[in-house]
Ligand binder design. Structure first.
Ligand code: KG4
Ligand code: ZN
Length: 403
């Protein structure tokens, strides 16, 4: 069948068209076209996503993106067999634009509509392979149990999958989502939206420089003991001139909290961490109002924040893998693009000698896209979870829809 998917839950207008076939217990997807039109540049001015602006842009972009996909696919609109559309979670004004667009297509071509949960889409985002037009999804029982860590601008969740199509949320954030914390800390540092990639870049520079300095110290002294840096040698000095021992430098004492890391449940909290960064910056600014003009200071704060946030995510994920004897770990959502998260997750799985197989999406599928909605949509369709008429009451935006 030819399946069209529409995704407008946040600030990306995305449409994908695939041809799907079931064969020998697996499902093969042939990508006929997949486009994402990002509104990031527009929202950057506001430092975050502005729902009514997102709605206006989706309405403008949807017909353009559809034409692009159709042109690429070389099939006619009348050859589309079903439409999958994200109905939640997300920004309701944005979700409604996709739903209304799907309803229009239903009226014109009389094709069924499949409501799709955006988070289920992120779970399936690991299946398409880089630079390949076809991919296969096999819902193999041997892969179970699966654990999914979903990390984005709106969500931080641990989902346990003991059976395909059955999701159990075992933990979630009690306040800010991790991506939201990255965005807010970036804003405090004067970095543009979205802040995740910016923080990650600065933190990476800091880590690289620290490694270089350690190696330099090592080669200078020629003894292995200098691999341990001299006291505070890898910390930035902000007052200059005086000997490091004499400095009263708050940066040297940075140790951000790891909220809820030892709590018995699998919940998260990132608002306290964000506030800790805010207080540190406030203290630093009382000593030097222009402190954030110094690149090294921003790099250090970005690294310490990233270390703290990622440590909590990894710690709780590893704990859940052990408790539920998980065989496969799927990490999805915008924050799954974070290199430190990827490195630390792999490192900790190895250190703990866990036999779990880890899956991240392709770089371009970490964020919101419609290809992931085609996959989640197809399986909903197979389970008869679709509606035939645009009048169905099931077709409504559900901002807080849960898995
Ligand atoms: O899944 P997504 O594209 O949209 C939502 O459904 O929220 O996720 C966007 C979030 C933003 O908060 C963004 O800052 C974060 O993902 N993000 C990152 C990175 N790339 C994107 N966070 C940390 N490190 C990254 N490399
Ligand atoms: Zn998302």
């Amino acid at each position: 069948m030819n399946l069209l998917a529409i995704e407008t839950s946040c600030d990306e207008t995305a449409i994908a068209l695939v041809s799907v076939k079931d064969k020998k217990g697996a499902t093969s997807f042939n990508i006929l076209g997949s486009e994402v039109s990002s509104q990031i540049e527009l929202h950057r001015e506001y430092g975050g996503v502005f729902p009514n602006l997102a709605k206006r842009e989706h309405i403008k972009n949807l017909p353009i993106v559809l034409e692009k996909v159709i042109k690429k696919s070389k099939i006619k609109k009348s050859e589309i067999d079903a439409i999958a559309v994200t109905t939640g979670p997300g920004l309701e004004p944005a979700l409604w634009t996709g739903i209304t667009f799907a309803k229009e297509l239903n009226k014109e071509y009389n094709i069924p509509i499949i409501p799709v949960n955006h988070m289920e889409g992120h779970i399936f985002s690991i299946f398409p392979k880089e630079n390949k037009n076809t991919f296969t999804v096999k819902k193999d029982k041997k892969m179970l149990p699966i654990l999914s860590l979903l990390v984005s601008g709106g969500h931080t969740e641990l989902i346990l999958i003991k059976d395909w199509n059955k999701y159990k949320k075992i933990g979630q954030t009690r306040d800010d989502a991790v991506g939201e914390a990255f965005d807010k800390v970036a804003r405090m540092l004067g970095l543009p939206y979205p802040g995740g990639p910016e923080i990650s870049k600065l933190a990476g520079i800091k880590r690289e420089n620290t490694t270089k300095n350690k190696l330099l110290n090592f080669s200078r002294s020629g003894t292995s003991s200098s691999l341990v840096p001299a006291r505070n040698a890898d910390r930035i000095t902000t007052t200059g001139g005086r000997e490091p021992e004499e400095l009263v430098d708050p940066l040297k004492q940075i140790l951000f909290p790891r909220p809820m890391i030892h709590s018995k449940d699998y919940d998260f909290s990132f608002s306290g961490l964000k506030t800790a960064v805010l207080y540190l910056i406030r203290d630093l600014k009382t000593k030097d109002p222009n402190i954030l003009d110094k690149e090294e200071v921003k790099q250090e704060i970005a690294k310490e924040f990233e270390d703290a946030a990622i440590e909590v995510l990894v710690h709780k994920t590893i704990k859940a893998i052990k408790q539920y004897e998980v065989k496969n770990l799927i990490v999805g959502g915008g924050v799954s693009a974070n290199k430190h998260l990827q490195d630390e997750m792999k490192k900790n799985i190895k250190q703990n000698k866990l036999k779990v197989k880890i899956h991240f999406p392709n770089r371009e599928l970490t964020g919101d896209n419609a290809l992931m909605i085609t996959i989640a949509g197809y399986f909903q369709y197979k389970n008869n979870k679709f509606v035939k008429s645009h009048k169905s009451l099931k077709l409504k935006a559900r901002g807080n829809l849960s898995l």
